[in-house]
Design a protein around this ligand. Structure first.
Ligand SMILES: Nc1ncnc2c1ncn2[C@@H]1O[C@H](COP(=O)(O)OP(=O)(O)OP(=O)(O)O)[C@@H](O)[C@H]1O
Ligand SMILES: [Mg+2]
Length: 310
């Protein structure tokens, strides 16, 4: 692209989203469902982050909160530095409309309307003039590699192309934060790669902070940070660094556990089960690390009658 397609945003680099011990309880017919049980995490402006985790672990709930579609039951959630619990409905709606773009698995496109009009139409409600709508829509479709499909209708496009139109709809609004909840769920892997590529463009070239919920293992090679959610909590994070050869490729995936503000550390179940760690573990402080050992060395036929702290 020869020139910046969107009005220049002026985000001072900072924290895009910060969750501190966020809980979400749904009440349904008198039954309480704890969807989030103390999520603590921070996403900086300009990051491209993937969120993974088993079905029901709370990923969509978290995206709803990040997108200001709902408020936490307890804990603090800051979006663009502001606590969403302290905002009124109108303020929340403004934040959502002005700063956040959503891409969902169902495309939500108008089937009989061209790609460029699908992208341009929502801008009508934002008071954007006709020629500016057209310019922004064309630029957004260009950003997702669809300049050759401007006049195609969704029914005349492939699944991956439709999903990229949906990304363009979100981008036309120059969101600071782009949230995508399983945008490739129904796509084959090659098509999914083109959708992840479009999200990468939104991040690298347009400067949006991008969070994508996905089950697709391929995404881990495209993002620097993968956050795993389990049972309504962040369990581990995997960070990647640039390859030393300067090729721009990512390598050195390192897995991290999350240390919350109360000093709590959640160890991945695969690791603790393998070593038979339960109830309590033995700690040893070393000059440069902390060692964690099973309470008892595992012995065949051992009982755990003395396990557990009094
Ligand atoms: N509106 C709601 N009312 C009641 N319970 C809900 C509601 N939305 C979600 N839940 C429950 O909260 C938990 C987390 O749901 P959520 O949709 O966040 O999971 P998810 O990680 O996105 O799962 P999936 O990978 O299947 O999309 C689930 O047990 C779900 O049944
Ligand atoms: Mg979900």
């Amino acid at each position: 692209m020869s020139e910046a397609p969107f009005p220049a945003a002026d985000p001072p680099p900072g924290v895009a989203i910060e969750a501190r011990d966020v809980h979400k309880v749904y009440r349904l017919d008198g039954v309480e469902v704890s969807a989030l049980r103390g999520v603590t995490l921070r996403v900086d402006e300009g990051e491209y982050v993937a969120i993974t985790g088993p079905s029901g672990s709370g990923k969509s709930t978290l995206m709803h909160l990040f997108g200001c579609l709902d408020r936490p039951s307890s804990g603090t959630l800051l979006v663009g530095g502001r606590s969403i619990s302290e905002m009124g409905d109108a303020q929340l709606a403004r934040l959502r409309n002005n700063e956040i773009g959503f891409v969902f698995q169902s495309f939500q496109l108008l089937p009989r309307t061209s790609a460029v009009d699908n992208v341009a139409l929502p801008l009508v409600y934002r008071g954007v003039g006709r020629s500016e709508r057209r310019r922004r829509a064309t630029a957004a479709l260009e950003a997702v590699n669809l300049s050759h499909r401007l006049r195609h209708r969704p029914t005349q496009m492939s699944g991956g192309e439709q999903q990229r139109v949906a990304i363009a709809v979100a981008l036309a609004n120059s969101p600071r934060v782009l949230l995508a909840d399983e945008p490739t769920g129904e796509l084959d892997s090659a098509t999914a790669a083109s959708v992840f590529g479009a999200l990468q463009t939104a991040n690298a070239e347009l400067g949006a902070t991008v969070l994508v919920v996905t089950h697709d293992p391929a995404v881990s090679s495209m993002v620097r940070r993968v956050i795993a959610i389990r049972d309504g909590r962040t369990s581990t994070e995997t960070l990647r660094r640039d390859a030393a050869d300067g090729s721009g490729a990512l390598e050195h995936a390192v897995e991290y556990a999350v240390l919350d503000r109360a000093g709590r550390l959640q160890l991945p179940r695969e690791m603790t089960e393998t070593l038979g760690m339960r109830d309590r573990v033995r700690l040893e402080a070393e000059p440069d690390h902390i060692g964690v050992w099973p309470d008892q060395p595992q012995r065949a036929g051992a009982t755990d009658s003395d396990g557990g702290a009094a």
